[in-house]
Design a protein around this ligand. Structure first.
Ligand SMILES: *[C@@H]1O[C@H](CO)[C@@H](O)[C@H](O)[C@H]1NC(C)=O
Ligand SMILES: *[C@@H]1O[C@H](CO)[C@@H](O)[C@H](O)[C@H]1NC(C)=O
Ligand SMILES: *[C@@H]1O[C@H](CO)[C@@H](O)[C@H](O)[C@H]1NC(C)=O
Length: 201
């Protein structure tokens, strides 16, 4: 949870004037919360992505399965999927065939929620919108063949404009070769930032 908040705050800070904040926690923490956020009693945060296909554990499925090799995840895959099945193979099964963003927006409104935050991209790197720099790992190329983010944004803004629409966006990707290269270089390089993160933001 703290990690999510940190990422969201970083994005929020970056969206404001660059000169206004310095890359220190003191400076970033000085950023005021928007008034509406303090007043909203309820909001909705949605984790939705390729990890929703196995729906086992959490959105950290891939890291627990093939990163730390948690026995519960390894066993789940052995029991339910053929040998050699990859995390990428889940994407074609992420079809979102019942996705009706107009209905979603109506339900969010009826719940009394004052803001809705959707995962545009989690640490797996799959983008829920047709990102040009996430070839064959985005919701238009493989899976739903739709712009999940754009459709929900439109439905909320058009019919429930008093609800704030927000996005969670992971600033790193567990297994992205560019990210791994930067990490290997102790973040003295920024290939991932230039070729991926900045384009997507
Ligand atoms: C939004 O929800 C409120 C409270 O339930 C309701 O009165 C209102 O009609 C809803 N608005 C729309 C556009 O559905
Ligand atoms: C707004 O709501 C109406 C009634 O549900 C629906 O037909 C329309 O598609 C919605 N507009 C958008 C842009 O989602
Ligand atoms: C990781 O860094 C070392 C030097 O610190 C370098 O020799 C190696 O090629 C790097 N590997 C990758 C995958 O970037």
């Amino acid at each position: 949870m703290l990690k999510w908040i940190a990422v969201m705050l970083l994005i929020g800070a970056a969206a404001l004037s660059e000169a206004q904040y310095a890359p220190t926690w003191e400076s970033l923490d000085a950023r005021p919360l928007p008034a509406w956020y303090g007043e909203a009693k309820i909001g909705i945060f949605i984790h939705w992505g390729v990890f929703s296909v196995p729906s086992f554990g959490s959105e950290w499925f891939w890291a627990y399965w093939q990163g730390s090799k948690d026995p519960a995840y390894v066993e789940f895959m052995e029991k339910n999927y053929r040998p050699g099945f990859t995390y990428q193979d889940f994407a074609a099964m992420f079809t979102a065939e019942f996705y009706n963003p107009v209905d979603w927006a109506d339900i969010f409104n009826a719940s009394g929620a004052k803001y809705v935050v959707l995962t545009s991209k989690h640490h797996e790197g799959y983008t829920n919108w047709p990102s040009k720099v996430s070839w064959n790992w985005n919701s238009m190329d493989v899976g739903p063949k739709r712009d999940l983010v754009g459709e929900l944004a439109e439905a909320i803004r058009a019919n429930h404009s008093h609800i704030h629409f927000g996005l969670y966006h992971s600033l790193y990707e567990w297994y992205n070769p560019l990210y791994l290269k930067d990490r290997n270089n102790s973040f003295q390089t920024n290939y991932f930032i230039v070729d991926r993160a900045e384009c997507q933001l």
